[in-house]
Design a protein around this ligand. Structure first.
Ligand SMILES: O=c1ccn([C@@H]2O[C@H](COP(=O)(O)OP(=O)(O)O[C@H]3OC[C@@H](O)[C@H](O)[C@H]3O)[C@@H](O)[C@H]2O)c(=O)[nH]1
Length: 438
């Protein structure tokens, strides 16, 4: 056996040692890299976690805000589809070839209130909604306001259409409350032609709709059809005393012809009609610029301005609170009575008395002043409500002082509004309890 030289052995040993060092070094360096990549991965995960936690906090805050904004509707009665008299044939409108498809409205409410965003209309909407009906409002916002029905927007039983009834409207309804028209003398005199069109063409359109879908139709007529009455109190069979070319004629005569059209459709086309002759009415949600005596006097007294009595103030009016009127309209609609019915409170006052009452209830420094008399202003007005009592079991319940105080409260809030966000939404005065009998 040949002996390897020592130098060669040493070389080998050195080589093995170097290899050992190199391999170990490599292995060690790989471990370190592995560890550092784990650390950076961990750090990035922690970063993501923090981001997500921030996002969760932000989302939770937003959810809380949304919860705050969530609409809470007044509680409404639940009526089955059967009780709602809902029309079930959802294709019925589409089968009619005479209706342009752009005009088709594909849902099927059971009640329609024209002028439903107005003062009286919006209170009626409240009552019908709380009873559990599906209500469609058609309003052109000439004197109505979205705010009056804002508390129902988005409710599944409610629909609001920006629609002027001077144009035809096609939808499927069981009952039509036709209230659309300016009602305050300054408003209806401001645009007499529009007032005439709304009450004539608009009424024809709505009667046409009632005829097509076999809906019952209630016409909101007025005590003004009696004109400056020569009979006192006014019974429904009094024919009235109207100046056909005076400044009030656009309203008085248009409402008279609207009544005539109702009875013509009733006779010729068997439309089920109801006619309410509405006497002076007041309450919350009257417009600040309404111009009628109740809102004028309250606003003047609240702002310490002179209370303006037109003429000698010895003319009389009988004032009803709006919820009484709404009850009367619904009683009439659901009765068998096809005769015109006075809906008003026979509690009669001179305008001078009325100015004193408002001044006393509001307080303040206002003086009562007299302004020139209004042309053709009726001298006396008081409803005879015998027919309403007998045929629709209705009479007013709300004492005038109670109603006036509520109206003062409303106008007080209204004049103290400083920002648009202060909505002054007058919530429904009806609750489910009002309809215990349902
Ligand atoms: O600031 C005012 C406003 C009105 N008045 C008087 O108060 C009386 C009532 O006037 P309103 O304007 O409130 O109402 P009117 O009775 O003239 O008409 C009303 O009648 C019944 C409804 O159908 C209508 O809402 C409306 O036409 C009138 O004699 C009027 O001249 C004032 O003395 N001062």
């Amino acid at each position: 056996m040949s002996e390897k030289p020592v130098g060669l052995k040493m070389e080998k040993l050195l080589f093995v040692f170097i290899m050992f060092v190199v391999v170990t070094g490599l292995a060690l360096s790989r471990n370190t890299e592995y560890d550092s990549s784990l650390v950076s991965e961990h750090q990035s995960l922690m970063g993501q976690k923090r981001d997500m936690q921030d996002q969760i906090v932000q989302l939770t805050d937003r959810l809380k805000e949304v919860e705050k904004m969530k609409k809470h509707y007044p509680e409404v009665n639940f009526l089955s589809y059967k009780d709602r008299k809902r029309i079930l044939n959802s294709n019925r409108l589409f089968l009619s070839r005479s209706i342009p498809s752009s005009r088709l409205i594909t849902y099927h409410p059971s009640l329609q209130v024209t002028g439903g965003a107005g003062f009286v209309g919006s209170h009626l909407v409240d009552a019908l909604m709380i009873q559990g009906h599906e209500v469609t409002v058609a309003d052109n916002f000439f004197t109505g306001r979205k705010r009056n029905v804002e508390h129902w927007l988005g409710h599944e039983n409610f629909e609001l259409l920006n629609h002027d009834i001077v144009n035809p409207l096609y939808l499927e309804v069981d009952q039509i409350y036709h209230l659309a028209s300016p009602a305050s003398p300054p408003n209806y005199m401001y645009n007499p032609i529009k007032t005439i069109k709304t009450n004539t063409i608009g009424t024809i359109n709505m009667l046409g709709l009632a005829k097509r879908v076999k809906a019952r139709f209630l016409m909101a007529s007025t005590s003004e059809i009696y004109g400056d009455p020569e009979v006192h109190p006014q019974q429904e069979d009094y024919w009235g005393n109207v100046n056909p070319i005076g400044p009030r004629a656009c309203y008085d005569e248009a409402k008279r012809v609207a009544e005539t059209m109702c009875y013509a459709y009733g006779k010729q086309d068997r439309v089920e009609i109801r006619v309410a002759r509405i006497f002076n009415t007041f309450g919350p949600r009257m417009h600040m610029n309404d111009g009628r005596v109740v809102s004028n006097f309250i606003l003047q007294a609240l702002q310490n301005e002179p209370i303006t009595v037109y003429g000698d103030g010895e003319q009389t009016r009988s004032f009803q609170y709006v919820t009484d009127l709404v009850d009367g309209l619904m009683n009439l609609m659901n009765s068998n009575c096809t005769l015109p019915v006075n809906i008003g409170n026979p509690d009669e006052h001179t305008i001078n008395d009325f100015a004193q009452i408002i001044k006393r209830l509001v307080g303040g420094e206002s003086e009562i002043v007299h302004k020139p008399a209004v042309e053709d202003d009726p001298h006396r007005r008081r409803p005879d409500i015998t027919r309403a009592k007998q045929l629709i079991s209705w009479e007013p319940k709300v004492p005038m002082m109670f109603g006036i105080n509520k109206t003062i409260e409303y106008f007080h809030q209204e004049i103290n509004r400083k920002k648009h966000s202060e909505r002054n939404i007058w919530l429904p005065e009806y609750t489910l309890k009002s309809y215990d009998k349902l």
